[in-house]
Write a protein that binds this ligand. Structure first.
Ligand code: PAF
Length: 283
């Protein structure tokens, strides 16, 4: 497995592969890899001849009071996991290599970056769309794989690729879960034992919403059902429960009459967890 710490090195490897007609898949990550990331890697390996995973804890997507300093990192373990999966190259730039003395140019998808999670985390999605654009420009992948768990991120990246005619396919991978249903996340390790056992309630609330959706309920009723299930986790600080159009993330009113996505953001102590589920009425 090749380890590229500079953009030039990464580009040279990709150029060599493309010269012999090979396609390239990219899995962008912030490291501290778990089974969820490895599932994305496996999907990329199925879809492309060569696979690059990037590991970069992107400072521009963290707010001033967010967990950049304490974000978990374990480069050695990550490299071992990626090598075992058969990844061809890892792009591991430093902050200096990635941004250097940048001029502050950024990419934004304003219709999607300021709503939902973006309203709670100003600047976050601008940081994501900018770094993902840079990664696409450096690696020039034919496909890039992102998890559906970060549903708003996936929707925004799809929109950005359409709007800017970026020549690649975005592939979404279903959320990978622990055996008790908790969505896998690098943040899970920071949950206390009590919070970890209560956190399973996010998935249970989504299961309940999925079941209830079949009856074609009103959006407000669905929200109430989700809230009452989350209330069974006494330490949960519910930051948001949103039920939006599954394609556009636009607001919904009245009865559930089309596929919708339920988006949850719930804090347990210092750890913010998110989860999502696409639901639909029975037609
Ligand atoms: O989902 C993530 O881990 C990050 O937001 C991403 C896409 C790697 C950009 O930094």
């Amino acid at each position: 497995m090749i380890i590229c710490r500079t953009k030039a090195d990464m580009r040279e490897n990709v150029r060599n592969w493309k010269q012999v007609g090979q396609t390239v898949g990219l899995v962008p990550t912030m490291g501290y890899l778990h089974e969820g990331h490895l599932a994305l890697v496996r999907m990329a390996i199925q879809k492309a001849d060569r696979v690059v995973a990037s590991i970069f804890v992107n400072p521009t997507q963290f707010g001033p009071n967010e967990d950049l300093a304490t974000y978990p990192r374990d480069e050695k373990q990550d490299l071992g996991l990626l090598a075992a999966e058969g990844v061809d190259a890892v792009f591991l730039p430093s902050e200096e290599e990635m941004y250097g003395a940048g001029g502050g140019t950024h990419v934004d998808v304003p219709d999607l970056s300021g709503i939902l999670q973006g309203a709670l985390r100003p600047g976050h999605f601008r940081g994501v769309s900018t770094v993902v654009t840079k990664l696409f420009n450096i690696v020039a992948p034919d496909i890039a794989v992102f998890g559906e768990k970060d549903y708003q991120q996936l929707t925004l990246i799809r929109q950005m690729v359409r709007d800017l005619d970026m020549p690649l396919e975005i592939v979404g991978h279903p959320t990978v879960r622990e055996s008790d249903g908790l969505a896998m996340s690098s943040r899970n390790v920071r949950l206390s034992e009590d919070h970890r056992s209560e956190a399973v309630m996010l998935n249970r609330a989504l299961d309940r919403a999925q079941e209830f959706a079949k009856t074609g309920p009103a959006i407000a009723e669905l929200e109430a059902v989700v809230m009452s299930r989350l209330a069974q986790a006494p330490s949960a600080e519910v930051k948001s429960v949103d039920i939006r159009d599954a394609v556009t993330l636009g607001e919904l009113q009245g009865a559930l009459d089309r596929p919708a996505v339920v988006l949850l953001a719930v804090r347990f102590g210092p750890v913010l967890l998110i989860d999502q589920r696409v639901i639909a009425p029975v037609t």
